[in-house]
Design a protein. Structure first.
Length: 480
């Protein structure tokens, strides 16, 4: 063996030994009491986690196998982290309501860096409450009324273009649509033109760096993401400066509502850094989720013609009742759409079949901020505790025939903490009204104008945090 080769082998062995040592010393001894396997040296159970993550059944099979073997609470070593997984209504109530500061959100390193230190996702306790109040206000149903025409016109235009295209990738279309909506809602960005292109470009790079490896060196996704974040912030700085110069003529979008508070009490004001980190947070938290929800909904409707017929009938009636253009009051008066796409409210929660069946965010991660007990097991401060939502959404005790797409299952109210599509407790999704509005308008125009069929049968799922069809769901569309 020549010298260079020996040095490389030596280096690799040294790195392996260090990684093993690191893993061994980082193991919290008290975790021994929790059932479960830590898998192979070094990699733990990461390989089966990743492969099952992107299988059609998703992370469900990983969780299900271990729940059958170990029960509702088990440990694992996945992607370089010791984790405790848990499921069930009791656990979800404890972790999501997080009483007395019991848990904080467990954002991984690259996520923290990409979103920035002022992001809502990095705030806890009173700071989180205050920031959330400021952010949630413009996202309320009343606050969103003024975007209705923009969203509706955008949908009409997009579906006009489908006529010529015939074959479309639903996920791409939904992504363009949701990004244009949020760009307009946040900073009145026009749907076409140079600024929109720049915005889209930066966003895509930032978004794909969100869950990348934490290597901030040229050539890596993380490095590119951080550079694109700087450019996005320069764009926002220019808009903020221009808005302040205009003084009283502030535009009434999300940014305008925050800048407009600058004359008020300290408690109501945000610094520029807080505004920018949180605009990025809304973009990251709101784009992929809504895009995925739209894509799954089109897929589920296409696979369930009876549900689609019923939905179409309701929307056709809305059309006949008014004119071809949808109005604000009609959007808020769609009982069946509500169940299919998202406008249904019941006593405790919003319940939506698409989000249950697809479970777009398969688990919610928390960090224990103090010691506590879950299902009889002691959880220590600092541990990563993860709520498996897929099992909750597919519990046959609550949802009969759980793999069936059946919006009528929500005709009767369900028990609280059984449906968690938008989360629950203090971190429940503040963007759900916007998501509901986008989905209702999109689906109204789709079902009133087109029938469609999938180009291929492929149920694989992208191995990303937000569950989406891997093939972007290509369909052939035909006017009705
Ligand atoms: C169908 C679309 C959406 C789904 C399924 C969804 C789902 C969720 C869920 C499950 C959570 C809680 C996660 C946890 O507890 O760990 C959450 C939080 C959040 N969502 Fe959404 N979301 C959607 C759309 C949006 C939109 C459109 C926005 C922004 C405009 C948004 C912004 C946020 C933010 C900022 C949080 C963090 C809240 C906090 O930590 O206080 N989401 N979302």
């Amino acid at each position: 063996m020549d010298m260079a080769l020996m040095m490389i082998v030596g280096l690799v062995l040294m790195i392996l030994a260090m990684a093993l040592l690191l893993r061994a010393t980082a193991f919290p001894r008290e975790m021994e009491a929790i059932p479960g396997s830590l898998g192979w040296p070094l990699i733990g159970e990461s390989l089966s986690f990743i492969s099952e993550f992107s299988s059609p059944a998703g992370i469900f099979s990983f969780m299900n196998k271990r729940q059958q073997r170990y029960g509702k609470v088990f440990k694992s070593y996945v992607l370089g982290r010791y984790m405790v997984f848990t499921t069930g209504r009791e656990a979800s109530k404890m972790l999501l309501t997080g009483k007395d500061g019991m848990v904080s959100l467990n954002l991984f390193y690259t996520g923290q860096k990409v979103l920035g230190p002022n992001s809502l996702l990095q705030m806890n306790g009173e700071d989180h409450k205050r920031l959330r109040r400021l952010i949630a206000e413009p996202l309320s149903i009343d606050g969103l009324k003024k975007y209705f025409h923009f969203i509706n016109n955008l949908a009409v235009q997009m579906f006009d273009e489908w006529l010529a295209a015939r074959k479309v990738l639903v996920l791409e279309e939904a992504s363009t649509f949701t990004l244009k909506v949020i760009g307009n809602m946040i900073m009145s960005l026009e749907p076409t033109g140079e600024e929109q292109e720049k915005f889209r470009n930066y966003f895509k790079i930032i978004s794909s760096s969100f869950a990348s490896l934490p290597l901030n060196i040229p050539g890596t996704a993380f490095y590119r993401g951080m550079k694109a974040r700087d450019k996005m912030f320069q764009m926002l700085d220019a808009i903020i400066i221009a808005r302040r110069r205009n003084g009283s003529k502030l535009q009434q979008d999300f940014l305008g509502s925050l800048i407009g508070k600058e004359g008020s009490e300290d408690d109501e004001k945000l610094t520029d850094a807080q505004m920018k980190d949180n605009i990025l947070t809304l973009l990251i938290a709101g784009h992929d989720t809504t895009t995925a929800a739209l894509t799954w909904l089109v897929k589920f409707l296409g696979e369930n013609p009876t549900v689609l017929d019923r939905l179409r009938k309701e929307h056709m009636e809305i059309r006949e009742f008014g004119s071809s253009s949808l109005t604000w009051s009609q959007v808020n008066n769609m009982p069946y759409t509500a169940k299919v796409s998202i406008i249904y409210r019941c006593a405790h929660d919003y319940t939506i079949e698409t989000l249950r069946r697809a479970t777009i965010l398969p688990w919610y991660s928390r960090k224990a901020a103090q010691d506590f007990e879950i299902n009889g097991y002691r959880i220590k401060k600092g541990w990563s505790v993860n709520l498996d939502v897929v099992s909750i959404h597919h519990d046959p005790q609550v949802f009969a025939d759980p793999h069936k797409f059946d919006p009528s299952r929500f005709d009767d109210p369900i028990r609280s903490f059984s449906f968690l599509g938008f989360g629950n407790g203090p971190r429940m999704c503040p963007g759900m009204n916007l998501a509901k509005l986008e989905i209702s308008i999109f689906i109204h125009h789709l079902v009133c104008r087109y029938k469609w069929k999938p180009v291929e049968k492929d149920d694989s799922v992208q191995p990303t945090l937000v569950r989406m069809p891997k093939n972007k769901y290509p369909i052939i569309v035909e006017p009705l």
